[in-house]
Design a protein around this ligand. Structure first.
Ligand code: HEM
Length: 460
């Protein structure tokens, strides 16, 4: 039946049989780590589905009124329509809480899947020629996904997200020369303005999802046209792809993964409370709460802000205030390094060849060392982002913890990177014991021009 449908479509669409000849017969190499990108894809689909549902009930307005809804503790409190509509969604609308929590969990899992996918790509060298563009698109997708998450949970106008928006505004204001204009552009005046929710809503439900969807489409098209890389092994070369065809094997496997991803997300949404805005209360600038943490994928930025030294720089009548270094300069430098990594590695290794076969991480100790250094640095910042909770749990003062993390953020990453480099080098040496005793035999073969070419002797 599927085959007849495809033939029917191929005849009537300008595909000239591509669906049947190319797409359905496209070969995908089999490895569990190649499913990480798919999990990210299915999380995005879950976000669009649950988000669309939420959009019917969310009122993107900062207009305030006295609350008289079902939630007793907030009776008589001034709240915005945005906050009240989320309370209503969570406490009164059938399936409201399930959809809201599933949407939030899908965002947390989405970012985790993207980062795991990216680590797979990095440590196996799948970013190398000809996939540099997909690396750039991917890194952009990571940045956009983090911002989209921030926009999403900032729309609720609850105390936690309000504080987060205030921090976001301070970071924008910290950018020298253009900061104040940028803040006005984003918020339409001095934060908080009466139209914050409108603007966040437009960005969160239209602009960002459209750009992300477009980039994912281009990303996957690249994977299809370039063919997927594969791990080295028997019968696998730089010129072939060994695996299962798109239809039925790969498509059904991927579909099953999609259903499983949805099942996990809805189970999380139904069983695990997340972002209980009724406990935080509405956002009023004079209020604040501690401890307060953003969603995990922004924890490293808050950690960097908490570790920064209170130091303003004055240059040419301009002040570069303290938040600029941890929240603008550091992330820009970090992502700049990530964006440029394919070219940095090319310069370091002198290897500009096309690579269809992946590396096992041990084959590139330098890459492992760099990756471990960067990951350790980000993880330490992430930990520093919850210093207030750790202080409560370990009865150590926040000041002491900040000092410890400040030193750790500089000393630990290079040490961890060196250990990673050493372990990979050792594993590579062990994996290639005995390789060198069999020198490759080369034969000279007459070519058409009458010259000679070197050719590896075929082992008989
Ligand atoms: C919304 C985010 C993303 C989605 C939905 C996504 C989806 C996918 C899928 C489904 C594949 C093919 C299967 C696989 O190898 O996992 C893939 C491949 C690829 N992705 Fe992503 N990806 C995302 C983000 C990223 C990021 C952050 C990077 C790197 C910075 C990246 C770089 C690549 C590369 C280079 C390939 C080709 C892999 C190969 O041929 O081995 N992607 N992506």
């Amino acid at each position: 039946m599927i085959a007849r449908l495809i033939t029917w479509l191929d005849e009537r669409l300008p595909t000239e049989g591509v669906i049947k000849k190319e797409l359905l017969r496209h070969v995908f190499p089999d490895h569990w780590s190649f499913m990480l990108g798919e999990i990210a894809l299915y999380c995005f689909i879950a976000l669009v589905v649950t988000g669309t549902w939420l959009g019917f009930f969310f009122h993107p307005s900062n207009m305030e009124y006295v609350y008289h809804g079902p939630y007793q503790p907030l009776q008589g409190v001034k709240v915005s329509q945005a906050y009240a509509s989320l309370l209503n969604l969570s406490l009164s609308v059938p399936l409201g809480l399930l959809m809201r929590q599933t949407h939030h969990w899908a965002c947390l899992v989405f970012l985790a899947a993207i980062i795991c996918h990216m680590m797979r790509i990095f440590f196996t060298g799948a970013f190398r020629r000809p996939r540099e563009i997909n690396w750039i698109i991917g890194t952009t997708l990571l940045v956009l996904a983090m911002l989209e998450g921030y926009l999403g949970y900032s729309m609720g106008d609850d105390l936690l997200s309000g504080v987060g928006l205030r921090i976001g505004d301070s970071v924008a204001l910290a950018i020298p020369v253009v900061g104040a204009y940028l803040s006005y552009l984003i918020f339409g005046g001095e934060f908080p303005t009466p139209w914050v929710a409108d603007r966040l809503f437009f960005l969160h439900v239209f602009l960002f999802p459209a750009v992300i969807a477009g980039l994912i489409g281009f990303h996957l098209l690249n994977v299809l046209i370039q063919k997927h890389t594969q791990f080295p092994g028997k019968g696998k070369t730089e010129d072939n792809v060994v695996g299962s065809p798109m239809w039925p094997n790969y498509a059904l496997k991927s579909l099953a993964l999609g259903v499983a991803t949805f099942a996990v997300l809805f189970a999380l949404g139904g069983l695990t409370q997340i972002n209980p805005i009724w406990q935080y209360g509405p956002y009023h600038p004079q209020d604040n709460l501690s401890p307060d943490q953003p969603d995990w994928y922004l924890g490293w930025l808050i950690g960097a802000l908490r570790l920064a030294w209170p130091y303003d720089l004055h240059v040419l009548n301009h002040t570069i205030p303290e938040p600029f270094w941890p929240a603008v300069f550091m992330p820009a430098a970090l992502f700049g390094f990530v964006y440029l990594w394919p070219w940095i590695e090319k310069i370091l290794t002198g290897d500009d060849r096309r690579h269809e076969l992946l590396d096992y991480p041990r084959e590139a100790p330098l890459r492992v060392g760099v990756g471990v250094t960067v990951l350790t640095f980000v993880i330490l910042l992430e930990l520093a982002g919850s210093d207030d909770i750790q202080s409560n749990l370990m009865h150590i003062s926040v000041e002491k913890l900040v000092e410890i993390y400040q030193w750790a953020a500089f000393l630990v990453p290079p040490v961890a990177g060196f250990i990673g480099f050493k372990i990979a080098s050792e594993l590579r040496a062990r994996a290639h014991i005995g390789d060198e005793v069999k020198p490759a035999r080369v034969v000279l073969v007459r070519n058409a021009a009458g010259g000679y070419d070197e050719e590896a002797a075929r082992s008989v």
